[in-house]
Design a protein around this ligand. Structure first.
Ligand SMILES: Cc1cc2nc3c(=O)[nH]c(=O)nc-3n(C[C@H](O)[C@H](O)[C@H](O)COP(=O)(O)OP(=O)(O)OC[C@H]3O[C@@H](n4cnc5c(N)ncnc54)[C@H](O)[C@@H]3O)c2cc1C
Length: 444
């Protein structure tokens, strides 16, 4: 390979995109490190592979530092990744089918959310949410901290993040399948089709795809960290009903709009999108999102691209039975949905984390951002995107000098992550958890 500005030996053989996960893993151990040593462009451009929260915020914060970027994303329906919203026409059904809402604990994220609120793309979710024990026992969660949602769902929020940027180019749908370092630049391509060359590259996605992409990229340290990540699987059942569901109330609150379900094998979360997103209190349709537990996702795991019909039927039945159990209504008494769609999030939530804001390999001029570096939430993803943008900008501004001072997270150990099956909601605690925490403080 002609490679005057980066010192890496030619790879023996490039893996094809269809390489199995196991062989991709083996290759990630044997590949040699790319080391860029050439001069830096005065107007650098960064290639960002992944247009979820972390990749989009990374692009936004690179722009704040005057750095151009191109975001590549596979999304057929739009940007956003796990901030997905489905609108089904002509019935105008609407469902957030992954991220449901978020809380804010970090001042940098708070600043961003405040800006989105002023722009009218985020709003506080005022509806009641709480915990629903099997049998229909509902306990509301305290209204503090505030919960936030995208005004028209999560995907429009993702689409709006870059709406006022000047230095960000978006390419979608595009599945970056190869990263190659030569002539002092990163060259990205989609199944042999060249997608552009970049001074630095950001991997803003995770799981099987990222492991394959990194397996022969010349970034063994980054590939090793990515490979350590564990991910859960979650089934999402979107269902529309003609009539309202029989929601239990506590007598002091309105019927809930969202609930973490406890003690039901197949369901960990349920929420009424019609109330959450459309404030619709009248006649149907009533659009509900039901998300499975991680344990149920694991038990019923199949390839998410080709779900066998028999599995889909079995999972749908088990989840609707789980809804009956959660609501405490007799078996088979739930009204038949007028519409259903089932999806498996095969790489849903991280189960462990290195607990670093981002990973950056200055020799390879490559980094990783994503929720899993700090936790399992939209906030964690945004903070990670910001951190990597700053790290890259600082290194650029230092003229790519003293690379070792800019390395982050390449050897960090992973710790298991705690949280709900659908992620973490910093600051959100039940009355009992608040009381327990206060009791512990008193003892100390
Ligand atoms: C079922 C479910 C429920 C959740 N609920 C909540 C919640 O209520 N609150 C909360 O805070 N968090 C929730 N989360 C977590 C939250 O969605 C994530 O933490 C966050 O959206 C992650 O953003 P990200 O940028 O790290 O990754 P992603 O959103 O996964 O973005 C990665 C993007 O990269 C793209 N991509 C992948 N490979 C390539 C490639 N080769 N080329 C180009 N593009 C590529 C993908 O298509 C995707 O768009 C939930 C997640 C799931 C799955």
């Amino acid at each position: 390979m002609n490679n005057p500005n980066s010192s890496s030996k030619p790879y023996k053989k490039r893996s094809s995109y269809g390489t199995s996960r196991k062989s991709a893993m083996k290759k990630s151990f044997s590949q040699e490190q790319v080391c860029f040593s050439g001069p830096v462009s005065s107007d650098p451009v960064v290639g960002i592979v992944g247009g979820g929260m972390s990749g989009l915020v990374c692009a936004l914060y690179l722009e704040k530092r005057g750095i151009r970027s191109t975001v590549f994303d596979t999304g057929l329906h739009g940007l956003g990744g796990r901030m997905g919203t489905r609108v089904i026409d002509p019935e105008s059904l609407i469902f957030d089918h992954a991220a449901q809402f978020f809380t804010v604990s970090d001042p940098r994220f708070a600043e961003l959310v405040e800006f989105w609120m002023k722009e009218g793309i985020v709003q506080e979710w005022q509806g009641t949410i709480g915990e629903l024990e099997a049998g229909g026992h509902f306990k509301p969660l305290p209204s503090c901290p505030p919960r936030y949602i995208g005004v028209n769902g999560m995907r429009p929020l993702a689409e709006s993040i870059l709406s006022q940027t000047q230095l960000v180019n978006v390419v979608r749908p595009c599945w970056v399948s190869t990263l190659e370092a030569f002539n002092g630049m990163w060259h990205l391509s989609e199944k042999g089709k060249h997608c552009g060359q970049f001074d630095a590259v950001v991997i803003a996605h995770n799981g099987k795809c990222a492991n394959r992409l990194l397996a022969s990229s010349g970034l063994p340290l980054i590939a090793r960290q990515m490979k350590r990540l564990g991910l859960s699987s979650i089934w999402a059942l979107l269902a529309a009903f003609r009539d309202p569901l029989p929601i239990p109330t506590t007598g002091i609150t309105l019927p809930f709009e969202g609930a973490f379900v406890k003690g039901v094998e197949s369901i960990s979360w349920m929420s009424d999108n019609s109330k959450k997103l459309l404030s619709s209190h009248g006649n149907g349709p009533h659009c509900w999102t039901f998300l499975s537990t991680a344990a149920f996702g694991k038990q019923n795991k199949v390839p998410q691209e080709s779900i066998p019909n028999a599995t889909a039927e079995k999972v749908k039945e088990a989840m609707l039975a789980g809804v009956e159990c959660a609501l405490g209504i007799p078996k088979s008494s739930l009204q038949k949905p007028t519409f259903t769609r089932l999806q498996l999030w095969g790489a849903a939530l991280p189960t462990n984390s290195p607990n670093v804001p981002c990973i950056f390999d200055p020799h390879g001029r490559a980094g990783i951002c994503g929720d899993w570096l700090l936790g399992s939430s939209m906030e964690a993803a945004a903070l990670s995107g910001m951190a990597l943008a700053d790290q890259i900008a600082d290194y650029f501004q230092n003229g790519w000098m003293r690379p070792d001072e800019f390395a982050v997270g390449l050897g960090s150990e992973f710790q298991p992550l705690k949280g709900h099956d659908i992620g973490q909601f910093p600051g959100l605690q039940s009355e009992e958890q608040v009381n327990d925490a206060q009791a512990i403080q008193l003892i100390l």
